[in-house]
Design a protein around this ligand. Structure first.
Ligand SMILES: NC(=O)c1ccc[n+]([C@@H]2O[C@H](COP(=O)([O-])OP(=O)(O)OC[C@H]3O[C@@H](n4cnc5c(N)ncnc54)[C@H](OP(=O)(O)O)[C@@H]3O)[C@@H](O)[C@H]2O)c1
Length: 256
């Protein structure tokens, strides 16, 4: 077996939340190219249909699942359905993350709970159900897309970082609880990526200049630049990587 074979996902079934566009789509596209059947999720059927068409048009295998991750019951039903119809679930990428930039004092408790439900509770629930399926299989890969935010902080942005740090703790806890069953659990912490959602910010001259100054690579990340990290963690190439946070930020978080 060559080192390239160890990056193959042939025969694997992968679920990527928020896989219709942005970083999630690039992860799904890479997994499909590496041989996995991918299930992309999101709230908008048309976005997912476009993603599935792009992946299958390139020779990949993909399907869509429309639901809001905040609907915990819908997520659980979808995991059960995939493992029943495909016979397995090898990779779960918890990629959805909503952000609400406001001073902490401007949040009421319901706002906080809504954000935590979407960013953290959903991932805890999906990870729990996926980890049990993976344990029974004796193989699995759990990946959370977190953020460098949380390790780093700015005013007016408290709940999202709290959820992302919670996700990091979750992935590490699962790493030690399920490692003996062949299940690894890791996180990817992106820096600034010029996804569709961030298009206006990435085109803002002030934020282009900010990236030039603050990121050693002097630019925003391109969405496809997340794919290599995700494929690595999902593949046999990372068979002994467990409980790790792989930062993909052009060096932003380590520059003095
Ligand atoms: N982009 C960055 O610079 C950056 C930096 C650090 C961390 N991250 C993290 O990386 C992840 C992906 O970021 P992104 O910029 O690619 O995200 P995005 O563009 O905001 O969204 C990606 C996908 O998530 C889906 N989605 C959003 N809310 C959902 C919900 N409640 N239920 C189901 N699906 C939902 C969206 O589809 P629908 O709208 O159709 O539901 C979309 O397809 C997020 O967790 C984000 O926090 C991003």
């Amino acid at each position: 077996m060559s080192i390239f074979d160890r990056f193959s996902l042939e025969g694997r079934v992968a679920l990527i939340t928020g896989g219709g566009r942005g970083l999630g789509f690039e992860i799904a596209r890479a997994f499909a190219e590496a041989g996995a059947h991918v299930v992309v999720t999101g709230r908008t059927a048309a976005t997912l249909d476009r993603a599935v068409a792009a992946i299958t048009g390139n020779g990949g295998s993909a399907q869509a699942a429309v639901f809001d991750v905040a609907d915990i019951g819908a997520g659980r039903a979808m995991i059960a359905e995939i493992s029943k119809t495909r016979g397995r679930l090898d990779i779960l990428v918890n990629n959805v993350g909503a952000r609400d930039r406001r001073p902490l004092a401007a949040f009421n408790d319901d706002d906080i709970l809504d954000l935590i439900r979407t960013d953290l509770l959903s991932a805890i629930s999906l990870s729990r159900d996926a980890a049990e399926i993976m344990k029974a299989q004796g193989h699995g890969r759990l990946i959370a897309v977190t953020s460098i935010v949380g390790e780093m902080a700015r005013p007016g942005d408290a709940i999202y970082p709290a959820a992302k740090q919670g996700l990091t703790g979750l992935m590490r806890s699962i790493a030690v609880e399920y490692g003996a069953h062949g299940v690894t659990s890791n996180a990817i912490a992106p820096g600034m990526f010029a996804t569709e959602t961030n298009a206006a910010m990435a085109a803002n001259p002030d934020l282009v200049a900010f990236a030039r100054q603050r990121v050693p690579l002097q630019r925003w990340g391109r969405p496809q630049e997340i794919a290599g990290a995700a494929l690595f963690l999902a593949s046999d190439a990372a068979s002994f990587v467990n409980g790790h946070v792989l930062t993909v930020d052009g060096g932003m978080s380590i520059q003095m």
